[in-house]
Design a protein around this ligand. Structure first.
Ligand SMILES: [Zn+2]
Length: 146
């Protein structure tokens, strides 16, 4: 019966809007997000933390890290934004027009799930979903059609 392990540490040197980041100390995903384990499921720690305070993230929204610190779980540093806004803010910065076309093509070809695309390209499956349905990166469709 050891001491309960610390789940996060308050980092006074990294702040947003005058409050410190709470940096996750347990598992971190390869994209830098904290991973919590709740009721037998791996969940993103920042989402679980925000939802404990605020209730469910609204449908079709992602939580944006206002502090740009992915391992931070301070609910005050997280804001639910629509997926389109989240991508515009640069959270899809790994993506460019070529990658978006490639993702759409591979998904259209079948044999790959949104989850697999998420893992491969390092963006959320919701972001990939909206890209495939043409709700984000709409300029790419127009370019391709021109
Ligand atoms: Zn933070």
């Amino acid at each position: 019966m050891g001491r309960k392990q610390e789940r996060y540490r308050v980092n006074e040197e990294r702040t947003y809007n005058g409050t410190p980041c709470w940096e996750w100390l347990l598992a971190i995903s390869k994209y830098g997000y904290g991973i919590d384990y709740i009721n037998g499921n791996n969940v993103r720690a920042h989402i679980a933390s925000w939802e404990r305070v605020n209730g469910k993230v609204p449908e079709n929204h992602d939580l944006d890290h206002l502090c740009r610190n992915r391992r931070c779980i301070n609910p005050d540093h997280l804001e639910p934004v629509t997926r389109a806004v989240n991508i515009q803010r640069g959270n899809g910065a790994k993506l460019n027009a070529e990658t978006v076309r490639e993702i759409r093509q591979r998904y259209a070809d079948g044999n790959i799930t949104l989850k697999q695309l998420e893992d491969e390209y390092g963006v959320s499956d919701s972001a990939i979903g909206s890209m495939i349905r043409g709700k984000s990166w709409t300029n790419i469709t127009q370019e391709a059609a021109a």
